[in-house]
Write a protein that binds this ligand. Structure first.
Ligand code: B12
Ligand code: SF4
Length: 499
């Protein structure tokens, strides 16, 4: 069978700061190829729709599968599915990925017949049974685990047997030089672990994986790293190095293998403080950039988001991160309830700290606890606005003023860490990159103002809404078990779940 995996286009964030390879789709494609099918991938973050049309018409895939990790991409994916059925009616169209798993029935309905199924959960385990079933007919399709389809729904999704079974099919993406993360240009992505044992109210990482936490083996990680040609590597784990022993063992093996890369990772303040030795060791072998999910500047905010972290702990973590000499970025969640004074306080703080401060907007996502508590207050259910850059909850300030204050606060990042200011500190690096024809980082330094624009954010609210999250998904009662995509009691093959 001929399988074509497609990743939708960029969202705001990846227009400026980074653009990363679709790792999940590469794993899905690896599973497809291992079972003897042909696979190709197309990433619309770096390719255009014309190429997609050409590929459909020239290659005639039997199955097209869209990756829909981001809720804001849902309308684009639905329209691409409709285009696919128009150009190639016999083609079987499937949608998978993180967000699609939480709104499967709604996507299927909006597809109006153009989407044959949504495959929920981890794709490695679901895709091969699906391809086999497609060859057998609708009855077989309806029995695939994790499937919600035109001809019925299968049993719940199952975890991949082991995270060590497959290596991502990176070679299927032809424009790899387009992937970058700030100065890590070009940059590949890698997974060391999967899942998260915490349960923050605003996050769906834990509900997707049933609050499980699994590790890849050190050997397979080193093998994967050895196959990566890019000098920069983004460790995509939700919370990097939760287990000290695992982190140290990987570092030792990486050093022994003589692998030299520059790394970026994301972690929590308390993990950083608990496993200081791991982060010191990783600094020695190339850790350069770290993202800390601080989320709030006060105890009340931390309690609200159920970060299970303390303010003093976060301050200490920041100090430790600074002492390591890594570049640190942090995230603060702006609440639509903020007034002007609150924005001004946060802006002042951003001006004072040396870190890159990213400001996102509190957004209830389907699959999170915040969804159950906040969704009935939504001011908009337009999928496109669910990118944590837009306010989908009612704002205390008039919306136009909210966006002006938001962008003004985000501007601190631009003034301090992008443009000429950034170039001053990275001129030699940029020079070397430009000589090799790598221009992603250089270009990103000048894009902030054209992307982060209060008028444009406001304008997005006025666009015609063709697809929106259905009202029936707005629930008032919170039943934790309903949130999970993978059942909470099931653990993955490589297990070692930390709860
Ligand atoms: C790494 C990461 C990023 C990277 C992007 C990586 C990339 N190129 O996709 C960066 C840092 C850029 C990023 C940015 C953002 N992210 Co992000 N990100 C993650 C993170 C931590 C891990 C994703 C990952 O690579 N996992 C490893 C791979 C192997 O897994 P995977 O991609 O999920 O794929 C598996 C399944 O989803 C499925 N699958 C995937 N595709 C397909 C396709 C088919 C056909 C099938 C069958 C299955 C399938 O099978 C795969 C293998 O098991 C997740 C949290 C999480 N644990 O999922 C958040 C997460 C996906 N991000 C989130 C958000 C909100 C964002 C931003 C909007 C935030 C922002 N700061 O503005 C931006 C927008 C990104 C953009 N596209 O422009 C939310 C999603 C919310 C939502 N419901 O839309 C998540 C869930 C985090 C959270 N707090 O809840 N992100
Ligand atoms: S925000 Fe981070 S720590 Fe909290 S549940 Fe999500 S991934 Fe885990």
């Amino acid at each position: 069978m001929k399988f074509l995996g497609v990743h939708p286009g960029p969202l705001m964030y990846s227009k400026v700061f980074l653009r990363l390879e679709p790792l999940g789709l590469e794993l899905v494609a690896a599973a497809v190829m291992r079972s003897g099918h042909e696979a190709r991938l197309l990433d619309l973050q770096v390719d255009d729709e014309r190429r997609y049309r050409r590929l459909l018409q020239a290659w005639h895939p039997d199955v097209v599968a869209f990756s829909c990790n981001y809720l804001a991409n849902v309308p684009e994916v639905i329209d691409l599915a409709k285009l696919t059925k128009e150009l190639l009616p016999p083609c079987f169209v499937c949608v998978g990925g993180h967000s699609a798993s939480f709104v499967a029935e709604a996507i299927l309905a909006d597809g109006a017949g153009a989407i044959d199924c949504v495959l929920k959960g981890e794709g490695e385990s679901g895709i091969v049974p699906l391809l086999e079933a497609v060859g057998q007919g609708p009855g077989a399709v309806a029995r695939v685990p994790g499937l919600v389809g035109r001809y019925g729904a299968g049993p719940p999704p199952v975890f991949a047997d082991s995270l060590d079974d497959l290596q991502p099919a990176r070679h299927l993406l032809r424009r790899r030089r387009k992937y970058f993360l700030g100065p890590l240009d070009p940059c590949a992505s890698i997974e060391f672990s999967r899942g998260c044992p915490w349960d923050c109210a605003f996050c769906s990482a834990w509900t997707f994986y049933g609050r499980s936490y699994r590790l890849r083996s050190v050997e397979r990680i080193v093998e994967d790293l050895q196959s990566i040609r890019e000098p920069g590597v983004f460790i995509v784990d939700d919370v990097a190095f939760i287990q000290e022993r695992h982190g140290l063992a990987i570092a030792d093996a990486v050093a022994r293998a003589g692998i030299e890369k520059r790394y970026y990772l994301e972690t929590r303040g308390d993990v950083l403080l608990r496993n200081r030795d791991v982060f010191r060791r990783w600094k020695e072998i190339g850790l350069e950039y770290m993202f800390l999910g601080i989320e709030a500047l006060d105890e009340e905010g931390l309690r609200l988001y159920r970060k299970r972290a303390s303010l003093s702990g976060n301050v200490e973590a920041l100090e430790f991160a600074r002492s390591l000499g890594t570049n640190v970025a942090i995230n603060i969640i702006a609440d639509p309830d903020w007034d002007e004074a609150r924005f001004d306080t946060v802006r002042q703080w951003c001006l004072e700290v040396p870190e890159v401060v990213n400001i996102s907007v509190n957004t209830p996502y389907p699959g999170t606890e915040s969804w159950a508590t906040d969704a009935r207050r939504l001011a908009s259910r337009d999928y496109r606005l669910f990118d944590i850059q837009h306010a989908v909850l009612p704002t205390r300030l008039p919306t136009a003023l909210f966006y002006r204050k938001l962008v003004e606060t985000q501007q601190v990042l631009n003034r301090k860490h992008l443009g000429w200011q950034a170039l001053r500190g990275t001129a030699r690096l940029v020079g070397r990159q430009l000589l090799r024809g790598q221009t992603n980082f250089f270009q990103s330094l000048w894009k902030f103002n054209s992307v982060y624009d209060a008028e444009r954010l406001l304008e997005d609210h006025r666009k015609l809404v063709r697809y929106e999250i259905p009202q029936r998904l707005v629930r008032t009662e919170l039943r934790r078990d309903d949130l999970y995509v993978h059942a909470a009691s099931v653990r993955g093959g490589t297990g070692r779940a930390a709860r």
